[in-house]
Structures are given as structure tokens and as C-alpha cells.
Design a protein around this ligand. Sequence first.
Ligand SMILES: *[C@@H]1O[C@H](CO)[C@@H](O)[C@H](O)[C@H]1NC(C)=O
Ligand SMILES: *[C@@H]1O[C@H](CO)[C@@H](O)[C@H](O)[C@H]1NC(C)=O
Length: 333
Amino acid sequence: MKSLSVALALVLARTTQAGLRFGCSSLTIQRLDPVVEPGNLPSAHLHHIVGGNAFNATMTGDVGARGTCTTCQMAEDFSNYWTAVMYFKHPTNGSYHRVPVINNAALAQGTTGGITIYYTQYDLSRDNIKQQPITAFKPGFRMTVGSPTHTGKPHAGLSYNCLTTLINRGPELSDFPTKPCPAGIFVTHHFPACWDGKNLDSPDHQSHMYNTVTTTGFINAGPCPATHPVRMPQLVYETVWDTTKFNNLFTTGTNPFVWSFEGTGSGTHADYMFGWKGDALQKAMDKSECFYDGCGSIKQQSMSVANQCTVKKFVNEDIDGWVSHLPGMEVSM
Ligand SMILES: *[C@@H]1O[C@H](CO)[C@@H](O)[C@H](O)[C@H]1NC(C)=O
Ligand SMILES: *[C@@H]1O[C@H](CO)[C@@H](O)[C@H](O)[C@H]1NC(C)=O
């Protein structure tokens, strides 16, 4: 099987679509979830959040119009992107330690931690299937992918890679690796890209969208079904967790990592809150043959400016060092 980095290199060599790939530095790590638990201060478990400074326990209306700064390289993107936080669980004494995030390869200089974001017209593909026109997300739009309560194999777009170097990802796995990874654990979240055309959200934050990704790797998605006819940008997150400092505490054959909801690899999930200014995303998606450059129309900022964007600490709790319980999980057992 081809590694993703090889597949990516092939795509870049013959890209025929409009796509964006950019980094957003870490904005905050807090127990907040304005999509699944709006208003809850704190939410049930810890999240790693990147993007605009309109981030808050409750988020309604036009986030892009409210944002005044963003940790993303694309300066008109005030969206928020988040996932659960990875923890190392000590195999003998049971204490937990938060795993730091490091930036992905080939992002703008100065990106710190963060998430790599893709918006593409269709999944990165080797060939040239004609696709429906792409409709950008609308103000107020939000969605999640995956679920902390899911058991069994996560769907094909949610995956793990055991990094041998920062650019060599090895094969895609559907769960945490069970051996120490020399350069960290790479986590991918592929969102569904077909919209029902009506609802900015749904009670489960998922049924307004439909997923046509059925196999691993970067391949073309099938057509959108009649129930969800509108094709939206393919949104993908990549996060690199620096697990290396725990490698000497590892017992080979078992996985010592958990997500911040005390969960296993099957419960991997991610949340999206749309917040682009005006029609900046739509304009980029209407282009062709562009990838790293903002598609010729999106303003970019240097990461030294992006990194000055902050939000306040809404939830005051210690999330670093060795802890006996995961934040929010104190009452278990
Ligand atoms: C967060 O939301 C609260 C309640 O709606 C509001 O009072 C506060 O100003 C917001 N804070 C920020 C930093 O946006
Ligand atoms: C567990 O081990 C770590 C690393 O050796 C140590 O720092 C931590 O205090 C230990 N926790 C307990 C509860 O003993």
C-alpha cells in the first residue's frame, strides 16, 4: 500500500482541482464544545481547538463576521476546528499525561502545534473524475464526524498512522498503533461532504450531512445521494501528536494512549464550526488548479501574526503534568 505522503506527492504533481491546505496554530486546550454541548462551562471532556477568536461556550450567528483574529494562515478564516485531546496512560501506575501537539510537515514557517486543514473540491485523487460544483458552507453551519460512544472500527476517513519520520506515515490504521512510533502518531479526520441543502445543523450534528468516503486513502468520493444532493468542500483535519517522550514507558503489543473522554481509538471524533468571512471560501472553490496558495484570492498572514491570536481561559483547570484522572472524569470509579 502506498503511504499517504507518496499519494499526496502524486496529487500535487498533477492537481487539477481547487484545494486548500494550510496550518492553524493551536488556539486553546479547554473543556468547551459549542457544537455538542452549547453553553456548558465546562463541557464533558477536553478539546484541542484551532482557528478564530469568536470561539466561546455558545456560538450562534455569523462567526466569520464576529472574528477579529485567527490562528490560521488563511487570514479570512475565523472557523473553529477541534478534536479530543490525546493522553498517555501510565501502564503501571495509571496516571495520565497530556500528549503535546506538534505541527505537520510542509506548513508555513512558525506554525505551532495546531491542525492541518484541507478544503478540496473532491477527495485528493489520482485521476480526473468530473465532480458536481462545490457549494461552500453557510454562516451558522456546524457538523461533527465520529463519536466518543462509537465502538468497533471507525469509518474509513477516520484513521491513525504510526510516523517513522515526520513525513513518512506508514500504513493507515483504524485504531491506535500498538508499538512505539518513532516520530509520533498522525490522526486524520475526514468529514462528510454531501449536504441536505437545508439544515445548518441537526440534532445529532451529523444527519444533515452524508459521507461518501467508503475506503481508506485519498480517492474520489462517489456522487452525493438524492437525500443530500449538495456537494460541499471535502474538509479534512490532520493532527500530529508527539508521543515520542512516552516511548520508553511502552509495553510493546499494548496501546497506552487514550482520548480525553477516557476512550479508545474507535471513539475518535472531530467538530467543525464554519466561520469564513463573506464568500472567501466559495471564491477559492470556484477556481481550478490551485492548492497551497490560497487559490489566488484568499488573504494570507504570517504565522507570527496568527500566533498572537488568543482566547481567554474560560475553564480554569490544570491539564498539564501527571494527573490521576482525566479532566472532567473525576467521578469515574
Ligand atoms: C462569550 O459568550 C458570553 C455569553 O454569550 C459573552 O458574554 C462573552 O462576551 C463571550 N466572550 C467572548 C470572549 O467572546
Ligand atoms: C506515575 O509515574 C509517573 C512517571 O514515572 C510519575 O511522575 C507519577 O507521579 C506516577 N503517579 C503516581 C500516582 O504514582
